[in-house]
Design a protein around this ligand. Structure first.
Ligand SMILES: C[S@@+](CC[C@H](N)C(=O)[O-])C[C@H]1O[C@@H](n2cnc3c(N)ncnc32)[C@H](O)[C@@H]1O
Length: 358
């Protein structure tokens, strides 16, 4: 299993993202003897072995199901254990394209936090690129390092335990395969997600590329932080400073059934006729004299007496009757959209700037 490539069949020890619902995806490492418990039933890890990534898996008791997904940075962002606020995909995707992060790019990131964005950087820059990520909080550094190792990302990602505002970004014993052909870190892109990016900006000169354009993005929730960041960027020769706020929204597209007046009239007639025959009362299991009715007597499903006149549609579009599948060709539909009320987003201001080679 790797975030760089795709494999087909799940083996013991693999990372699987168990898609339970749109708002609940759980990361699991397939381990014999362990069970994933969900509100839709429980799922034995050992039964996952041999299944294909993407497959639907039935619960151990024969009810409920989950989907077993292959990890990607985007799905990881939705399922990772939160140690901090994280950068979500609508921001990370925008930042990547805006600063042209591609295969081979050399990235500096601080702080690592929950390593949400680190996974996206690592996948995008690929084998030819490098990610230098820094975290000063020791337990978070240890957790992120372990995760990057387990996910096979340390081939192109180096995590350093450091306060970058105090100690800067230089790394003394930088592994040979992380040294640029121009020497040292030689970054083309810098991403700062820390409380005081303006202090880190002053530390960047020695680690940035001297031969190519360098882009920076500072991710800050408050406008006061942005003001200080912009001042620091201006003082240190950064240009094209721009502020962006990405507002993520997911639109739901679906079909809504168009019902006509004829349907309304038929439905009202049906209610009246049922009332007249006391069927509504009997349906609830009682006779007019208050005694409990036998089940068979109350079952009017086959009688035909209380059914709507045959509309040719075979159901009552206003409630009772068969369920109709969205888009069923026997009915008239219109396309509608609805905005999802809840979307996970860490609304921050993105301050972009570039530095040209001197
Ligand atoms: C909001 S989190 C970063 C989240 C990360 N971008 C992600 O997507 O998961 C900010 C992190 O920066 C770290 N941090 C704050 N100041 C720092 C500094 N001066 N040097 C290094 N790390 C720092 C914090 O410990 C915290 O873990």
């Amino acid at each position: 299993m790797s975030f760089f490539s795709y494999k087909d069949v799940i083996e013991e020890g693999d990372l699987v993202l168990a898609f339970i619902s749109r708002t609940d995806t759980k990361p699991i490492t397939v381990t014999k003897g362990q069970i994933l418990n969900t509100r839709f039933g429980h799922f034995k890890h050992e039964d996952m072995v041999g299944l294909k990534y993407g497959e639907q898996m039935e619960g151990a008791k024969g009810y409920g199901f989950i989907h077993l997904l292959h990890p990607t940075p985007e799905l990881w962002t939705l399922s990772l254990p939160h140690r901090t606020q994280i950068v979500y995909t609508h921001d990370s995707a925008y930042i990547m394209q805006r600063l042209n992060v591609i295969s081979g790019t050399r990235v500096i990131e601080a702080g690592t936090g929950s390593a949400s964005f680190t996974h996206s950087f690592a996948r995008t820059v690929g084998a030819a690129g490098r990610v230098f990520t820094y975290e000063f909080h020791e337990p978070r550094y240890i957790e992120a390092k372990k995760e990057l190792e387990e996910h096979g990302l340390t081939t192109n990602t180096l995590i350093t335990h450091r306060d970058v505002c105090e100690g800067g970004f230089e790394i003394a014993n930088i592994p040979a395969n992380f040294v640029s052909k121009n020497g040292g870190i030689d970054a083309d892109m810098v991403f700062l997600d820390l409380p005081s990016p303006w202090t880190a900006i002053t530390q960047l000169d020695s680690v940035m590329s001297k031969t190519s354009k360098v882009g920076v993005c500072c991710f800050s929730p408050c406008i006061e932080q942005v003001q200080k960041t912009v001042e620091a960027l201006q003082e240190h020769g950064w240009i094209n400073i721009e502020l962006v706020e990405v507002s993520g929204r997911r639109w739901e597209a679906r079909k809504d059934m168009i019902r006509d007046m004829g349907d309304v009239v038929k439905r009202l007639k049906d209610i009246q006729s049922r009332r007249g025959k006391g069927i509504e009362t009997r349906k609830r299991g009682y006779l007019a004299n208050g005694k409990r009715q036998l089940e068979e007597e109350t079952d009017d499903s086959d009688s035909g007496v209380n059914k709507l006149p045959n509309t040719g549609k075979g159901f009552n579009p206003f409630g009772r009757g068969e369920r109709v599948k969205e888009g069923d060709a026997n009915y008239t539909w219109r396309n509608v959209t609805k905005v999802e009320s809840e979307i996970k987003t860490h609304t921050s201001y993105l301050t972009f700037a570039i530095r040209l080679p001197c």
